[in-house]
Design a protein around this ligand. Structure first.
Ligand code: ATP
Ligand code: MG
Length: 434
């Protein structure tokens, strides 16, 4: 017998867990709609070029993390490692770059990484992107919105915001040269991988996790001393807005982000609660990226929240709602094995679901004895049973049994609907809003 298992670093989200995912996703979606961001869905596979052109040759994603393969016509394809570039591809292809666009997405991303706590090969991101807004007000909108999201999820106090500015393309080049000269002095302390990065893209060393060069990295020249005047103004204005709106932040001069396409503002929401997988949300401006694809300069900014890490944070800090199980309101029991009665009961169920769309009805399909059904209902905290059998069919009524009040009544359909409405009015509204 062959046993087939899921791939390393790729997880099933089982029914008990998916309610948690839905809870978090719904909270985030509500906030995004409140800010009039609309959903965009792009395919999870793209031409490999899309990523190699835009993400940067020395980034971890391009160097070692991409899931790339050839299709039957030998086309080189890649499972998306992130979604910003796919969205750019989409808005260019659909001629949407002339107006302001504010979009959000949620879905799986794929990176060939070493799976560990908070790091997987298939993981999920919730992200937003905004196009055609160049001012720092836009940067602040996204940062403030993410703050609101974490507040709504109850984990804001376990997170802190780090911000930095990478300046314009020209000033970044200037800084890169200065950084290179500085790092070269310490060449003997760097391993071959770091030396490669130092020559190819010295910025990549700034946020390295290699421990024994911490001293070198913390004493690098400060990028903020080298960025251009316009970027300084942009950054100062952003800080002013954040101060005014009481969003606390820390400036991290070594925050450069893992991808090459960023300019000006970059930011991360980090936590101390999860060990080394400490970044929950990361983003920044990418005003030059659309030019890579022969589009006019289009200012843009976005960020992505890692959902697995968000869930882990909620779990670690006890912020997951305790009763996440979707509970049935009533249990419907057919007490007959006769086909004619079973068919009638299925029709009746359809009628009930039409009349009471918010009512969650557990149908037992007469799969066990009446006694066992009652036992099961009690175990699942269901107090109301709807019973349908020979007697009920004859009278064209339904029995309603209340296990809590210990009552049983035979009701015609109209009074039955009214009774159920009066019992479940509040709860059905609750489920509607969930
Ligand atoms: P890291 O430094 O942890 O590798 P990154 O810079 O590669 O993160 P981004 O590409 O900025 O991450 O993605 C944004 C967010 O997506 C991260 O902050 C994290 O929450 C989540 N994320 C990234 N890679 C993974 C992964 N392999 N598994 C789970 N979540 C991930
Ligand atoms: Mg990474």
């Amino acid at each position: 017998m062959i046993t087939i298992k899921s791939l390393k670093g790729m997880n099933d989200i089982l029914p008990k867990k998916s309610v948690i995912w839905q809870y978090i996703e719904n909270k985030i979606k509500m906030i995004l709609y409140q800010h009039l961001y609309l959903e965009i869905r792009t395919p999870i596979i793209e031409q490999t070029n899309l990523f190699t052109i835009s993400l940067g040759q020395t980034t971890d994603i391009i160097k070692k993390e991409m899931y790339t393969f050839k299709d039957k016509k030998q086309k080189q394809l890649t499972l998306r490692p992130e979604n910003t570039t796919s969205i750019i591809r989409s808005i260019l292809e659909n001629h949407m770059t002339n107006q302001t666009q504010k979009v959000w997405y949620v879905g799986p991303m794929f990176r060939y990484e070493n799976p560990q706590n908070g790091r997987f090969r298939q993981f999920h991101q919730f992200g937003v992107e905004s196009f055609n807004k160049h001012g720092p007000e836009m940067d602040s909108e996204i940062i403030i919105m993410t703050n609101r999201i974490f507040k709504a999820l109850g984990v804001q106090k376990y997170l802190h915001l780090e911000i930095n500015s990478l300046g314009s393309k020209t000033s970044r080049r200037l800084y890169t040269n200065i950084l290179f000269k500085y790092l070269k002095k310490f060449k003997n302390y760097l391993d071959s991988n770091l030396i490669y990065k130092m020559y190819k893209n010295p910025l990549r060393l700034l946020d390295t996790k290699v421990k024994n060069i911490t001293y070198i990295v913390t004493h690098t020249p400060n990028i903020l001393d080298y960025i251009d005047q316009k970027s300084i103004k942009h950054f100062e204005y952003l800080k002013k807005i954040l101060n005014y709106t009481n969003i606390k932040y820390k400036i991290n001069k070594n925050l450069v982000r893992g991808l090459d396409y960023y300019s000006r503002t970059v930011f991360e929401w980090k936590t101390k609660a999860l060990g080394s997988q400490n970044t929950i949300c990361a983003g920044g401006r990418y005003d030059y990226l659309l030019k890579f694809f022969n589009c006019k300069k289009t200012p843009a900014i976005g960020c992505a929240i890692g959902l697995e890490r968000t869930i882990l944070l909620l779990k670690t800090t006890n912020k997951l709602p305790t009763n996440m199980k979707i509970k049935s309101h009533v249990c419907f029991i057919t007490i007959s094995n006769k086909k004619t009665i079973i068919i009638k009961s299925i029709k009746l169920l359809e009628f009930l679901r039409n009349e009471l769309p918010n009512l969650i009805i557990q149908n037992t399909f007469c799969d066990t004895s009446f006694k066992k059904n009652i036992y099961k209902a009690k175990k699942n905290n269901i107090n109301i049973l709807l019973i349908y059998g020979e007697n009920e069919v004859q009278k064209n009524k339904v029995s309603i049994k209340d296990l809590y009040k210990k009552t049983q009544n035979l009701l015609a359909l109209k009074p039955l609907i009214n009774t159920l409405k009066s019992i479940f009015y509040y709860e059905s509204n609750y489920y509607n809003n969930w």
